[in-house]
Design a protein around this ligand. Structure first.
Ligand code: NAD
Ligand code: UGA
Length: 467
């Protein structure tokens, strides 16, 4: 028998909850989808009439939202109300690295997941299906089950216990391509034990995903697959970044190397772009979490191996900063540096763990004056990320610019830190006229037309280019 799901509640209206539920609502007009969050400001933004004020920027999101918001998709901060009437509840809350206590710096902080489970236990109806959408340490479903089962509030009026089933359904979307990833996923993974619940979730996806792309496993394989997928992706980035340095020393060109090796089907062409290190809210935290889990199970060699992927990532960011300072005659104090790109990758306004943020902080520490331009990150976000009360002088050294030209005016260097499309077509002729001589271009994403920039007299350092 397949249970018919009529009402979904998703806890967490973030980068995953918002787009994921929008795509479900758009493809399942018969299901009412309520996305709830404790952050009222975020909910207000999801409800804003002008869709350019949505809390996250994601290509294609506005169109999806306008097709179903207030039809069968609703954003609300009334969590209790929507938990009470749901047949299926997705947990899509944040799971960052713990900052204190046991496992600090490595383990995932599950306090938001635990709080969600307690609320579900108290307010949800019996027989509700609980779906883990957040990325979680392996065996978390056991913890959620225990909370649901033994919570004091898990009582019906007749003193009977409520029953819940827990499924794991990790999300593999990438920011910047989230809508496409959700509409045409490589696979949908569902882990669980209860066939009826698995079928109910599968039936939702079958509204737009082909059956052969939906894969079911036990809970632990599903939870672990998500962490391992992210670790392998991050490892590819660290691998190619490590070779960018070797290319610079040997006179090779990393773009050609990436292309040549990617032609081998066994290696594949994706995820071989060099850059200033991987950012985003997940790769680092998920590898740290794996390291913690491996240590817990006594697998020191395995955890050491994955630690190296993180080490290379830090090294790459620091080596870029050193290159910039060394090339600019050993000092950048009082020099104006135009920063092109602040988000952790193109096509998103997310700055969590952005390499640009890390590099900008260090450049400010060195006394430079930053003129930052990003097409989608708001000035408020940039200031929030870079300014703090311990460094009051940074305020005078930070300018947020509305476009490339404003940032480049009077600049000693342009540093490209995010691969936004517009940086592939910079009008070097007019930009070079605005800069101070001798001028520099540091292209950490290998996206600029460096030959044109060089021809106009700009000194160029492009990551991974040995010539
Ligand atoms: P996010 O921080 O953007 O959103 C999480 C939201 O949950 C926040 O708005 C927060 O206020 C809300 N929240 C926390 N506790 C709550 C509670 N008790 N009740 C109601 N709301 C609550 O995080 P995200 O980027 O959407 O990531 C969510 C999860 O999905 C994480 O586990 C992450 O690892 C995973 N994930 C993220 C991505 C991505 O690209 N961002 C992709 C796949 C998986
Ligand atoms: C990543 C995964 O790709 C998703 O499958 C996963 O669902 C998600 O993490 C998650 O769990 O949060 P995301 O972090 O949004 O998605 O973005 P990616 O495209 O993976 O990029 C991550 C970082 O690696 C970015 O800083 C990006 O610039 C960098 N990167 C990526 C490179 O430097 N080179 C590449 O070739 C690819």
């Amino acid at each position: 028998m397949i249970r018919k799901i009529k009402n979904i509640c998703c806890i967490g209206a973030g980068f995953v909850g918002g787009p994921t539920m929008s795509v479900i609502a758009a493809n399942c007009p018969d299901i009412k989808v309520n996305v709830v969050d404790i952050d009222e400001e975020r909910i207000d933004k999801w409800n804003s009439e002008d869709l350019s004020f949505l809390p996250i920027y994601e290509p294609g999101l506005k169109e999806i939202i306008s097709s179903c918001r207030n039809r069968n998709l609703f954003f609300s901060s009334n969590i209790i109300k929507h938990l009470k009437c749901a047949d299926m509840i997705f947990i899509s809350v944040n799971t960052p690295t713990k900052t204190k206590g046991v496992g600090a710096g490595q383990a995932s902080d599950l306090k938001w997941v635990e709080a969600s489970a307690r609320q579900i236990s108290k307010y949800a109806r019996s027989d509700t299906i609980v779906v883990e959408k957040s990325t979680l340490p392996v065996k978390t479903a056991q913890t959620i089950n225990t909370i649901l089962k033994y919570s004091k509030d898990n009582q019906l009026k007749n003193h009977k216990e409520k029953k819940f089933t827990v499924l794991s359904n990790p999300e593999f979307l990438s920011e910047g391509t989230a809508i496409n990833d959700l509409l045409s996923p490589d696979r949908v993974l569902i882990g669980g034990e209860d066939k009826e619940s698995i079928n109910a979730l599968m039936k939702i996806y079958l509204n737009w995903v082909e059956e052969d792309k939906i894969f079911t496993t036990d809970l632990w394989s599903s939870e672990l697959s998500k962490l391992i997928a992210n670790a392998l992706l991050a490892q590819r980035v660290s691998s190619i970044n490590s070779f960018s340095a070797l290319c610079e020393k040997t006179g090779a060109n990393i773009k050609d190397v990436s292309f040549a090796i990617g032609l081998d089907k066994r290696i594949g062409k994706y995820f071989l772009n060099v850059g200033p290190g991987f950012g985003g809210s997940c790769f680092k935290k998920d590898i740290l979490n794996l390291i913690y889990i491996c240590n817990h199970y006594g697998l020191q060699e395995v955890s050491n191996y994955w630690q190296k992927v993180l080490d290379i990532n830090e090294w790459q960011k620091n080596r870029i900063i050193n290159e910039i300072v060394n090339k600019m005659f050993g000092t950048i104090t009082d020099k104006r540096l135009a920063i092109f790109g602040f988000s952790f990758k193109a096509n998103t306004n997310d700055t969590r763990e952005s390499p640009s943020k890390f590099i900008c902080k260090k450049l400010l520490e060195e006394g430079s004056k930053l003129a930052i331009y990003d097409p989608k990150v708001s000035p408020e976000q940039i200031k929030k990320d870079l300014l703090d009360e311990n460094h009051p002088q940074d305020k005078d050294n930070l300018e947020i610019c509305a476009n490339q030209k404003e940032a480049a005016t009077g600049a000693d260097a342009i540093i490209v830190l995010t691969e936004w499309e517009e940086f592939k077509n910079i009008d070097w002729e007019s930009i070079s006229n605005l800069m101070r001589s001798p001028s520099w271009l540091f292209d950490t994403r290998s996206v600029c037309n460096i030959y044109e920039a060089k021809a106009l007299g700009i000194n160029v350092w492009s990551l991974g280019f040995g010539k």
